[in-house]
Write a protein of this length. Structure first.
Lengths: 152, 733
């Protein structure tokens, strides 16, 4: 049994504690917005927040998040999250969209920590998130725009 | 991402064809395809006498007032669904809040790709808008006409007095109805004989720069369902064990330890390997580690890429096995040339590496129907294959076309590998037991179907006036079509996908010869975003640039001087050069490069700026792209595809390479196979040439020019053309 908070809701899962958090979220709780891409923390598609920190859920065992607060793409809320969602859609950032849950989780964490990120901050925070459609230019523009509007 | 060039005569359907595509000829691909796909359900010629009801084929309007558009074209991120919805909405006058798009299938008469001749459904060759241009506008117009007719009858007023706007049907008397309220009556109205389409100056959707993708919100909130996300009662997950070498087969396997693991459902052999089936992904993966497989490698490919490339280089020095283009007398002209540039180019295998690893879901049902969910980029073919593997007939196969996390060509695969695996496993499990086959990243990367490796041996000559007098290219590599249902496209030893981009070189060069030697290697290959142009454009555009330098000519002016008969090529080149400030001085350490290429009837020129820091250290800072794709349907999506194509192509030429050692793939994951990341993405500016020509595609044509444009900028910096890819590994330090 592993107990943690998932998108603000207390959950107790009867799972193998060695199961990666990614598969516990997807296959056990049924929240599928968090994606599987590589299983090796190389693509960032599985990024969630663990106590606010962007974390590759494929590389952390569910047993290790006992008592933690997990946020997935489905649980993104608040001023920063809503702004990122809005700007992302407005800029038509996604193409296939598959990596975008992870991109958004990284972007929300970045903007929460660094309200006015530079290009270098964006490179550093976002370079762990692959986008095979290469929507990077719009990701960068959307982050700057979200920062700008949040400041206003 | 199929390579078939636009068949312009086929893209303009007659009135009778517009809804059914009935009289479209079975050209090219369709001929080859029929060799294996005997008769998929509904694929037979539709009766000529009746028009299809648009409400049953293209535009379903639900009583709840939803507009559900059935797309013939597959959505892998490139925006085909949005493009088709734009065409329908232009004529239908609906409200975008009502719109959803789903994949149609099982009716090639309705969904056959008109740019391929219309007989077979499929997505590739950047043809989605060309195929859909008339069909979906006419479907939207017919549906609107029938809605109006239904309202006229209900309100007992003349149809001419009824207007439609933003999903509301209105009469001057104040009567109003939404589409949903009229849908049932409308579907029973006579199908209009002829529907005039809006003239260009009345368009509000086509060409609109403010129109946003209807599907962005779902992709932003994690709510779009991909194949990996499917849920259904009793669904289990299968993970695969594939042979370590291509062509090896299962000799035997021991699954006793895996089967003892709690949660493992079964372990079964498939045509290609062994499937380990578990209640969830993690359990299946744990079980997979416990299965021991013995492989029979008698027929396996045991060579590595080093040996293969060495062999290609030797072959390239000899004469080609087939001649794809032969103008003038290239050998004589080269012998008499004032200056000759020659060398070998080497291109590695490349992986599509979509972030959603390949997958499919299949279920056999008690009533004999086989359901298959997945990235059905070639639905008719997959229906036929699913029937064969499922032991039934195509009319008993029900495809569910999912939107996928990328494809780049990989979901259009002639052996339908995921369909075979999913249906074979579902059959082994028995009726009523759905199974999701989910490849891991390692399965995906080592699973084959790569952009083939190629070697080009080139020679090009200038006369004393600096004119190009001759160009010779001998291309050596595997055929994509050979051994596939498309093999009928190979004529006189020439697979068109091996030479496209070279054989249609637009420059006025009096002596031009392109030869091809197709090699026999058992590494499975496939089309990869922009197909032949991924290598031919690099060769031709770096060679032309080197010739310009040897002739002391400006690269842009040099190209233009050979393009007098190709105004659309010249147009994009001029536009890109102008917008990039071509010729203006650059700061110390910065260099420009240009490249121009037409693929799939779309013309693209790109000018790059790099910062060269010495050795192999450089950054690509800026790309100015000009594109002529005919009528711009969704301008912002054209920009998006150019931006994405540039990033996709740039990653490949900089740093992507798949190698094999002793027949075993060396790269397994994104740590060693390395697509572009955000910190490497240049600033991209896209300029669209205004045009009234029919629309062509944008999914692929942004890719080919970026490689040679970067290489040409590097040559400007270093004096050397990098002829061996990827660049970062081979740029001399």
């Amino acid at each position: 049994m592993v107990a943690f908070s998932l998108n603000g809701e207390a959950r107790t899962l009867d799972v193998d504690p060695e199961m990666p958090l990614l598969w516990a979220i997807r296959d056990v709780t049924g929240l599928t917005g968090t994606k599987f891409g590589c299983g090796l923390a190389q693509c960032g598609a599985c990024t969630v927040h663990v106590d606010g920190m962007p974390t590759r859920s494929c590389q952390i065992m569910v047993g290790d998040v006992e008592g933690a607060s997990i946020t997935t793409i489905e649980g993104v809320s608040g001023k920063v999250g809503e702004m990122v969602h809005a700007v992302w859609a407005e800029f038509d950032v996604p193409q296939c969209g598959y990596c975008q849950s992870g991109q958004i989780m990284s972007a929300v964490a970045l903007l929460t920590e660094t309200p006015k990120p530079t290009d270098a901050d964006i490179d550093s925070a976002m370079s762990g998130n692959l986008c095979r459609c290469a929507t990077y230019q719009r990701i960068r523009a959307a982050i700057h725009e979200a920062a700008h509007r949040l400041e206003a | 991402m199929l390579p078939f060039r636009l068949n312009r005569s086929a893209v303009q359907p007659t009135r009778r064809q517009f809804l059914l595509g009935t009289a479209a000829t079975a050209a090219g691909l369709a001929v080859g395809y029929r060799l294996i796909a005997a008769a998929p359900a509904g694929a037979q010629s539709a009766p000529e006498a009746t028009e299809a009801n648009p409400f049953q084929t293209y535009v379903e309007i639900t009583p709840e007032n939803q507009i559900v558009i059935r797309s013939s074209q597959f959505e892998m991120g490139q925006g085909a669904y949005f493009g088709i919805a734009t065409l329908v909405m232009e004529e239908l006058e609906g409200d975008w809040n009502q719109v959803d798009v789903v994949g149609g299938s099982g009716n090639s008469a309705a969904y056959g790709n008109l740019a391929w001749g219309g007989a077979m459904q499929g997505t590739g060759g950047s043809t989605s808008m060309a195929s859909s241009w008339e069909r979906y506008r006419k479907a939207g117009a017919a549906a609107r006409t029938m809605l109006v007719a239904a309202a006229a009858e209900r309100w007992d007023v003349p149809a001419e007095e009824i207007t439609v706007a933003s999903g509301v049907v209105s009469h001057a008397s104040g009567k109003q109805a939404n589409f949903g309220e009229l849908s049932e009556a409308a579907a029973a109205m006579p199908i209009p004989d002829d529907v005039p389409l809006k003239p260009r100056d009345k368009w509000t959707q086509i060409g609109s720069d403010s129109l946003k993708r209807y599907d962005s919100p779902g992709k932003t909130k994690g709510t779009q369902t991909y194949t990996i996300d499917l849920k259904m009662d009793g669904l289990v997950t299968a993970v695969m064990i594939h042979p370590p070498k291509f062509g090896a087969e299962v000799e035997s396997f021991d699954a006793s330890k895996a089967k003892a693991l709690e949660g493992i459902v079964d372990v079964v052999q498939t045509p290609r390997g062994v499937a380990v089936i578990g209640r969830d992904m993690w359990t299946a993966l744990k079980g997979r580690d416990l299965v021991e497989v013995t492989w029979n490698e008698a027929n396996a490919e045991k060579r590595g890429t080093a040996e293969i490339t060495a062999e290609y280089n030797r072959t390239a020095d000899g004469a080609g096995a087939a001649t794809a283009r032969n103008d003038g007398d290239t050998a004589a002209a080269l012998a008499n040339a004032d200056k000759v540039i020659e060398g070998h180019y080497e291109f590695p295998y490349l992986v599509h590496a979509s972030i959603e690893p390949l997958n499919a879901v299949a279920r056999l049902n008690e009533d004999g129907i086989v359901d298959v969910w997945g990235g059905h980029q070639m639905p008719d073919l997959y229906q036929a294959v699913a029937a064969q593997v499922g032991g039934t007939t195509p009319d008993k196969v029900r495809l569910h076309v999912m939107k996928t996390g990328g494809s780049f060509g990989r979901r259009a695969v002639s052996d339908a590998d995921l369909i075979v695996e999913s249906v074979a496993i579902a059959r082994a499990l028995g009726p009523g037991k759905p199974v999701k086959v989910q490849w891991t990243r390692e399965n995906d990367m080592r699973g084959g179907r790569y952009r083939p490796a190629y070697v080009h041996a080139v020679k090009a000559g200038l006369d004393t006036d600096g004119n190009v007098v001759a160009l010779y290219d001998h291309i050596v590599g595997q055929s994509i079509m050979s051994g596939s249902p498309m093999a009928a496209m190979i004529k006189d030893g020439i697979d068109p996908t091996s030479v496209e981009g070279a054989t249609n070189l637009p420059y006025a060069i009096p002596n031009l010869k392109v030869e091809l030697t197709t090699t026999d290697v058992k590494i499975p290959v496939l089309w990869w975003r922009s197909v032949g142009s991924t290598h031919t454009a690099y060769v031709m555009e770096t060679l032309i640039d080197e010739l310009a330098a040897a002739a002391n000519r400006d690269p842009v002016e040099f190209r233009l001087s050979m393009l007098s008969k190709h105004p659309r090529h010249a147009g994009v080149l001029r536009l890109a050069a102008e917008k990039a400030g071509w010729g203006e001085p650059l700061p110390e350490g910065r260099f420009r490069g240009v490249a121009l290429h037409e693929s799939f009837s779309t013309y693209v020129a790109e000018v790059v700026e790099i910062t060269y820091n010495g050795g192999s250290d450089f950054t690509v800072d800026r790309v100015v792209c000009a594109v002529d794709c005919g009528t711009a349907i969704n301008p912002d999506q054209i920009r998006a595809q150019m931006e994405g194509g540039i990033g996709f192509g740039l990653g490949a030429i900089l740093q992507e390479e798949l190698t094999l050692t002793g027949g075993v793939v060396d790269q397994e994951n994104y740590d060693t196979y390395t697509p572009l990341r955000i910190d490497q993405m240049p600033r991209v500016e896209v300029h669209i040439v205004p045009s009234d020509e029919p629309p062509t595609g944008v999914g692929e044509p942004g890719v080919p020019p970026i490689g040679p444009a970067v290489a040409n900028a590097l040559r400007a910096a270093t004096g050397e053309t990098v002829r061996k890819l990827p660049i970062t590994k081979n740029l001399s330090a």
